[in-house]
Design a protein around this ligand. Structure first.
Ligand code: ZN
Length: 70
């Protein structure tokens, strides 16, 4: 089952291929290629990419945090 990656609500709607919308917190997100991108829906209907704190998405992007030893 899908749930909102932002607030965890289960009341989510699918609005397109790999694209979902949460009515609880009014955010959209995509899951293309295993990468989750969250967008904030503005009052005029446009969407803005949401930049999250690094720590809060570390579970999503942890694989890109690997340091190179040399
Ligand atoms: Zn939500």
């Amino acid at each position: 089952m899908n749930s909102c990656p932002f607030c965890g609500a289960r009341e989510v709607g699918r609005i397109g291929r790999e694209r979902y919308y949460c009515r609880e917190c009014c955010h959209e997100w995509t899951k293309g290629g295993g990468e989750v991108k969250i967008f904030e829906v503005m009052s005029d209907g446009s969407v803005e990419p949401l930049i999250l704190e690094r720590d809060s998405i570390s579970h999503i992007v942890s694989h890109s945090d690997v340091r190179r030893a040399g």
